[in-house]
Write a protein that binds this ligand. Structure first.
Ligand code: MG
Length: 155
């Protein structure tokens, strides 16, 4: 078995979509980034690559590459999952914590888990997505962060 950890954060700004775990969430602000800035999927991809000791998404999908401008992070995740499989590993389970002062994410958690389970072609029971605030400290509503831990099993 291999364990991997990932962390990402993006700034909240006007005029951008808010996409987390492939789910678009209606909100007056969105995440700024070269791709769709899905911080949760970015953390998850870094966790997979970390478990494989293959670097990080910045190395794989450089943010100065026009190819990845506005990229759908779920499509990038599909490519990272392919790399995981080519290296002989399968998903054990994944646990993601999204840190957001607002908006409230609870109504979207099930959809997020289903999106990720679809990407891995696994049952939803292997995918946990949780959301927490920082009680007005830390990012304090200026951004959204995400932590991901993943367990990979040798196939
Ligand atoms: Mg990112």
């Amino acid at each position: 078995m291999r364990i991997g950890f990932g962390y990402d954060v993006h700034r909240l700004v006007e005029g951008r979509r808010l996409v987390l775990c492939g789910t678009e969430i209606p909100y007056e602000l969105g995440l700024l980034g070269h791709s769709d800035a899905d911080a949760a999927v970015h953390a998850l991809m870094d966790a997979i690559l970390g478990a494989l000791a293959l670097g990080d998404i910045g190395k794989l999908f450089p943010d100065n590459d026009e190819k990845y401008k506005g990229a759908d992070s779920m499509e990038l995740l599909a490519r990272v999952i392919e790399i995981m499989r080519k290296n002989g590993f399968a998903l054990g389970n994944a646990d993601i914590t999204i840190v957001a002062e607002r908006p409230k994410l609870a109504p979207y958690i099930t959809q997020m888990r289903e999106n990720l389970a679809g990407a891995f072609s696994c049952g939803i029971a292997k995918i946990s997505v949780k959301a927490t605030t920082e009680e007005g400290l830390g990012l304090a509503g200026n951004g959204i962060g995400a932590y991901a831990v993943i367990l990979l099993e040798d196939k």
